[in-house]
Ligand binder design. Sequence first.
Ligand code: ASP
Ligand code: CP
Length: 358
Amino acid sequence: MRMTEYTWDAYAALPLDTKVELLAQRDGTPFHTLFAQQFNRGILDELGTLATEIRTIAKSRAGMQFLQSLLGHKRAMLYFSQPSSRTFLSFLSACQILGLGTGELRDASTSSEYKGESREDSVRTFSSYFDMIIMRTPEKGLAEHMAWVLSNSERPIPIINAGSGQDQHPTQALLDIYTLQRSFERRGGLRDRTVVFVGDLARGRTVRSLSALLLNYPNIEQVFVAPAPLQIGRDVLDALDAGGVRYRLGDDLASALPNADAVYMTRIQDEWDKEQGESAKIDTSRFHIGVEEMKLLPPDAVLMHPLPRRAEISVEVDHDPRAMYWRQMRNGMWIRAALIATTFGFGRRIHEYYRENL
Ligand code: ASP
Ligand code: CP
């Protein structure tokens, strides 16, 4: 069956595996990109290769002109109703690299939503003018609902989830995996590693999406270090149990660091506090990396962070060669360009150009 043959309630109740199939294009890559579980190892390897080819091609003027000629006939709408710096700008840059025209809406008070227009009608309006919607929202599941709405409309254009509530941030997970792949590519690849997640794991969507993507790699142990009220959710652990993945939970960062291959720090997500000051009551001071903590981390480990950071990583650490977060952020632009090119079926053209010219 296709997505259009389900009512919203029937579609929403489907198991994840079935949704993944319904959301895939003929070649298996996602049409709508909604959650991390849509990416298998083959697609992840393909996107990583494509991202590296695009960044190499983009180094020359001729290469950039080629890339910009690819999707000059397409336009993307950036609909960000929640704050963002790097996801917004890296998607915008990725569109510019591939020649897509863009429009943006970042503040509902400047749109007709302010006059009471529903989200469904807003998104259908965007689909009248654009060929793709890149969407960040505070609501869990809204991007998925809009994907269903569009698939059932006369303009079934793809949606990319650029962060949805506390639930998913699939393209962040893509750039995190790409960063890990590149970090370990000359050292046996992304396998037989220990990844330590630190901080607000209960409400951080990046950790949830990355944990799911890591299931595609052999023998990756996941360690979750957080204060008890901010520890990782049961649903994430259930997925690890189902995948036969080793994991540990704890609250002692110092004891986790010496065995880590990658440390993934996160910010306390206090915008989700139910009462004011709720997060401030939790002692988060031990979930911090400074110069002293870096001494506990193996010399070939990597330190990551989706950013923005607050106090959880001292700025003095930025110059340490293991600090990967600025490179990680730049990787986002290339992997997002690869995802957009793939969504529109332009991966092969890029591979051909790369083979013939570089
Ligand atoms: N920028 C990431 C997100 O939007 C992480 C964060 O905000 O802490 O989920
Ligand atoms: N990592 C990330 O999503 O950053 P922004 O919230 O600034 O987009």
